[in-house]
Design a protein around this ligand. Structure first.
Ligand code: BGC
Length: 589
């Protein structure tokens, strides 16, 4: 009985326990379920929102062909307006600046000279000997110094004193090897918008690329350099002043007479191209040898200032623009060049992190909060990090070989996120890396698309595209062998984005193929012309020095016979130019 009672007692306590636990567990499960369901739906909502944002960025940043056409149309209009009219330098219109280069490099330039090259925050000085053999560089010595921010944001005098003393020290060091030069000849590559009034004179129209030195806008950089050299007790002769695009074009043309375009894709971006002088009515240049309708020159486009309502800009681009020293200006440059790629990507990642917890839930995880805080710091994620990430994305062959699993892990992306933002595997799991990769690829691809569009517009505007298409059609009609090399044209490019940014060259090539089509694409040769701006400065300085020496010899010897020969020489030069220019600008072999 007592046993029964005990069993009964046990049974009833068991029942009581059951009657407590079952509903409790059921409630807990349903609360847990609700909680998990809530979390899951929140997760799904966040993921969906992230996907929606990515799709939106894709739409905003990667223009379809109709939009590309609209941008190109505006680009062509600005080129046309700029070749006819003097453009006010507002930073919102391409300037089309005549370079005053009238003797296009031939490869026969020779001699010993220096170049100084102020392109971005690095300053280069070079000593180059061009051989007497055609298109041969005998010796190059170079030094590169980085300009401290207090100098490139200081006064003009500080900047030019810095340039002059660096040049002076360099010449002193290399003097023995160039002792035959009594007054060193210098080519000055000054990579900012400049209104040239001759090959050795110009006026700075505006600073770009973060420079803000006072007292230089409206002044002649050669005069400021000469004053600084005087202060440093050094005498040099600047025989050519040029933009870096002109330099890179001249350097490549020294080796390849088909070079028709020079392009810089680095901290900043810009291009120049060869045009007949007669197509630049605003350029009032009185040299009689240029009066021939087919005489050629090269024009600095200043394409960084191109603007169109169709430019593919996002809210983040507007934020980046607002944070620059040149707000509201050089909008094309801000979509393309190395100074801005990293910043735009960083801001997009910041939006994704804040709105969709891309690097984890920063409200509960201190590590995720740290990553978010770091990402909010300007320049924490740069073009260099991006370059490695895009490079990894573009190495498709290698990744395919390793298989899909290896491809999805994106180890380089993980490393860059760790280096730049301190994100570990918890904050940057493979799914996050994939999103980061997509963002970086979009920003880089937009840059390549814009550059391809600009190049396609220059090839159209110079007349090369129509001419090459016509020649191809004629040759086909005649059923002759296509002599493709004679139709080819070369684009010389330099700058860190083109030379070093992972996968950029492949992206640009595929964008060019899309715009030029399979017939013309093989005829456009893109050549990396490393250190081209400096070498081009030497080529042009040497050409100008030779020309000056020739002129002074001629005027010393000038007698009645020389005077009588002069008109004939001018006529023969014009004839050569005419022969050269049956093909469009820059296509001569
Ligand atoms: C300047 C150009 C220069 C380009 C590349 C731009 O910011 O306006 O003159 O050619 O950068 O260095």
């Amino acid at each position: 009985m007592s046993g029964q009672l005990t069993q009964q007692g046990q049974g009833s306590s068991h029942n009581r326990t059951r009657s407590f636990w079952v509903p409790a567990l059921a409630t807990a499960f349903s609360i847990g379920g609700l909680w998990v369901g809530y979390k899951l739906s929140k997760y799904v909502r966040t993921q969906r929102r992230r996907q929606r944002l990515l799709i939106q960025y894709q739409k905003e940043m990667i223009p379809d062909s109709a939009r590309m056409e609209a941008i190109k149309e505006d680009f062509m209009k600005q080129l046309d307006y700029g070749r006819e009219n003097k453009v006010t330098p507002t930073g919102r219109h391409m300037l089309m600046l005549p370079s005053y280069v009238t003797a296009l490099p031939t490869g026969l330039e020779s001699g010993d000279s220096y170049a100084i090259d102020l392109g971005g925050t690095n300053f280069r000085v070079l000593h180059v000997v061009l051989s007497k053999e055609p298109s041969k560089v005998e010796c190059t010595e170079m030094t590169e110094v980085s300009i401290p921010p207090n100098v490139y944001k200081g006064t003009g005098q500080q900047l030019f004193d810095f340039l002059a003393t660096t040049l002076k020290d360099f010449i002193k060091e290399h003097k023995s090897k160039s002792s035959d030069m009594r007054v060193p000849v210098v080519g000055f590559c000054f990579s900012f918008p400049m209104d040239q009034t001759s090959l050795t004179q110009g006026l700075l129209l505006d600073w770009t690329k973060g420079f803000t030195c006072t007292g230089v806008i409206g002044q002649d950089p050669v005069a400021l350099l000469s004053q600084a050299l005087d202060r440093a007790g050094m005498h040099c002769r600047v025989s050519a002043l040029l933009n870096d695009t002109i330099g890179v074009w001249a350097a490549q043309r020294y080796f390849d007479p088909k070079t028709s375009i020079g392009l810089i894709l680095g901290t900043g971006t810009n291009a120049c191209y060869v045009l007949p002088v007669a197509r630049i009515p605003k350029w009032d240049y009185k040299d009689p040898s240029l009066q021939h309708p087919e005489a050629l020159t090269v024009v600095n486009v200043e394409w960084g200032a191109f603007e169109s309502q169709w430019l593919p800009r996002t809210a983040e681009d507007r934020d980046v623009d607002a944070s620059t020293a040149h707000k509201g200006k050089y909008l094309f440059e801000k979509l393309v060049s190395g100074m801005f790629l990293g910043e735009v990507a960083r801001r997009i990642l910041l939006t994704l992190a804040a709105d969709t917890k891309l690097f984890g839930d920063y409200s509960t995880s201190p590590d995720a909060a740290c990553v978010l805080a770091k990402l909010a710091e300007p320049s924490s994620f740069t073009s260099v990090h991006m370059s490695a990430i895009v490079g990894e994305a573009m190495e498709s062959k290698e990744q395919q070989r390793k298989g899909p699993a290896a491809r999805d892990m994106l180890p380089k992306t993980a490393e860059m996120l760790h280096k730049s933002l301190g994100a570990g595997p918890a904050e940057a799991p493979p799914s996050t890396r994939k999103v980061v990769k997509e963002v970086c690829v979009m920003v880089a691809l937009r840059s390549a698309k814009m550059v391809a569009l600009g190049l396609d517009a220059l090839l159209t505007h110079s007349g090369w595209k129509d001419w090459a298409l016509h020649e191809l059609a004629t040759q086909e009609r005649r059923a002759t062998d296509l002599s493709l090399p004679s139709l080819a044209t070369t684009i010389a490019i330099d700058g860190s984005v083109f030379a070093k940014f992972g996968g950029y060259q492949a992206m640009l090539a595929s964008c060019m193929l899309e715009l030029l089509g399979p017939e013309l694409h093989p005829l456009v040769h893109i050549k990396l012309t490393q250190d081209g701006s400096s070498l081009g400065a030497v080529v042009l300085a040497q050409a100008a020095a030779e020309e000056a020496a020739r002129k002074s010899r001629a005027s010393a010897d000038e007698g009645p016979v020389a005077k009588a020969l002069e008109p004939m020489q001018t006529a023969s030069k014009a004839q050569t130019q005419q022969q050269n220019s049956r093909e469009p600008a820059g296509a001569q072999a």
